[in-house]
Unconditional design. Structure first.
Ligand code: SF4
Length: 446
């Protein structure tokens, strides 16, 4: 396969046309069929040809990243759905089973739909989220798909056709109006799905309105994207690749910073020539590239894979930024890890790289009150504790204030933790209770 190849995606219906389909056992084919009823499935020919090592399936990390596996559902859920499909139950019956599983999977964690959507002129703003004072997230409607879907995806409800679970904006009009009234906002993160799925023309139509003089307080435009790993040809050989790069230069020419928030989950994604060329071409426009990923069991759960990802990135000009803890949504029982393990992997990886890669922060949980980083595990006054701090918070006063939780070897998310030293709640909890309470009152009043 050459870097000139045309983008060729496969979904659950068309995957059987891929040449690699013959590598799958009957059981694997059935698993893909069952799982893709619940969670989104999409892969493309570049991933099949160049990123997956077919000698190593099902354990190959990129295979695990893109193809569903049976353990992503609970045993009883898998059997129920599998039986319903095998016995050709009605579409309505299958949909009921599927929806029950989806709602059990906590489709919108951390208050994304209930607490992060801001209001403009008394109306809620579709496709915007404003959780941290200085950053607004924008979800353009035409960017709500990806070049392939990650099996661990925390935004999976965007892709499963349940409209009530989706957020998106058709134009940037509301965003611009909102930003004009919020001079405290300095950063806009354009996210999805994957905004880089859009044509250069569509992307330009969303971004250009942000470059007007009235929005001079917007200093940073960030684009969250996995295209650099799943379809690096986007910056090299697509028919509008050069237009994309020109758009990046135009943004830079206005004096704003353009940050590509690149989702690399595994060092193998950076090994191909086209992936390295893509990175080089992006950096040449003056944009910065930051690397971020969750720590995902079965995919990147060794210190070596993280150290290799960060050092390769630094060598090619990208900046290691975040190691996240796998979120409490979707199939996280399969992909998540205990917090103490996450911290051990982070520490070992961090210890093995030079200072240039130590720009990375983590392991960090994007939880309801904010981004909480595990600073370490230690013993204070005879009690074993997690040392924690907020890197970002709903209330800026909470940021960088150390706090402690009782050590718990089973805990895999902030909600599992209990305060240390006999405290009955964490310092921020009184306020988050107030936020929840205020919201409840608003809903009742409405
Ligand atoms: S690229 Fe991002 S939004 Fe798309 S499937 Fe992967 S994690 Fe989800």
């Amino acid at each position: 396969m050459t870097s000139k190849t045309k983008f060729l995606p496969y979904n659950q219906q068309t995957i059987r046309r891929a040449p690699q389909w013959n590598n799958f056992s009957t059981e694997m084919k059935h698993t893909i069929e069952v799982l893709s009823h619940v969670l989104p499935f999409r892969v493309n020919q570049y991933i099949l040809d160049e990123l997956i090592d077919w000698e190593n399936i099902p354990n190959d990390p990129i295979y695990r990243l893109t193809f569903p596996h049976r353990e992503m559902l609970r045993e009883d859920e898998f059997s129920q759905l599998s039986d319903a499909i095998r016995t050709k139950k009605s579409t309505a019956d299958i949909r009921t089973i599927v929806n029950n599983i989806r709602y059990r999977m906590n489709p919108h964690p951390a208050g994304q739909l209930t607490h992060n959507v801001p209001r403009l002129n008394g109306e809620s703003t579709d496709g915007l989220q404003h959780k941290y004072k200085e950053t607004v997230l924008f979800f353009p409607a035409s960017g709500q798909t990806c070049h392939a879907y990650c099996t661990f995806c925390f935004r999976w409800p965007q892709f499963v056709g349940m409209d009530e679970l989706k957020f998106e904006a058709r134009t940037s009009d509301i965003l611009v109006e909102y930003l004009k009234r919020h001079p405290e906002v300095t950063d806009v993160l354009i996210t999805g799905g994957d905004p880089m799925i859009m044509s250069a023309k569509a992307l330009r139509s969303y971004i250009h309105p942000l470059l007007i003089p009235e929005l001079n307080h917007i200093k940073n435009i960030r684009i969250g994207t996995k295209s650099v790993a799943y379809w690096p040809q986007r910056y090299v050989s697509d028919k509008d690749s050069d237009d994309v790069l020109r758009l990046f230069e135009e943004i830079k020419a206005t004096g704003k910073n353009l940050a590509i928030m690149a989702h690399y989950n595994h060092p193998n994604e950076l090994q191909t020539e086209v992936a390295q060329t893509a990175l080089k071409r992006i950096i040449t426009t003056g944009a910065t590239v930051r690397m971020q990923s969750p720590l995902i069991r079965h995919i990147n759960d060794t210190p070596q894979s993280w150290a290799s990802l960060w050092t390769t990135g630094v060598r090619l000009g990208a900046i290691p930024y975040y190691m996240f803890v796998e979120r409490d949504t979707g199939p996280n029982e399969y992909f998540g890890m205990p917090l103490f393990k996450a911290w051990e992997i982070f520490q070992k990886a961090y210890q093995s790289v030079s200072g240039l890669a130590r720009t990375v922060r983590g392991p960090s949980m994007s939880a309801f009150p904010g981004k909480v980083m595990i600073d370490g595990i230690t013993e204070i006054a005879g009690e074993k504790v997690f040392a924690l701090q907020f890197l970002q918070a709903r209330n800026p006063d909470w940021v960088r204030r150390p706090f402690y939780a009782k050590f718990d070897s089973q805990a895999s998310w902030l909600d599992d933790l209990k305060p240390a030293f006999g405290q009955s709640y964490f310092f921020y909890e009184e306020s988050t209770q107030n936020i929840r309470q205020e919201n409840k009152i608003k809903i009742i009043a409405a």
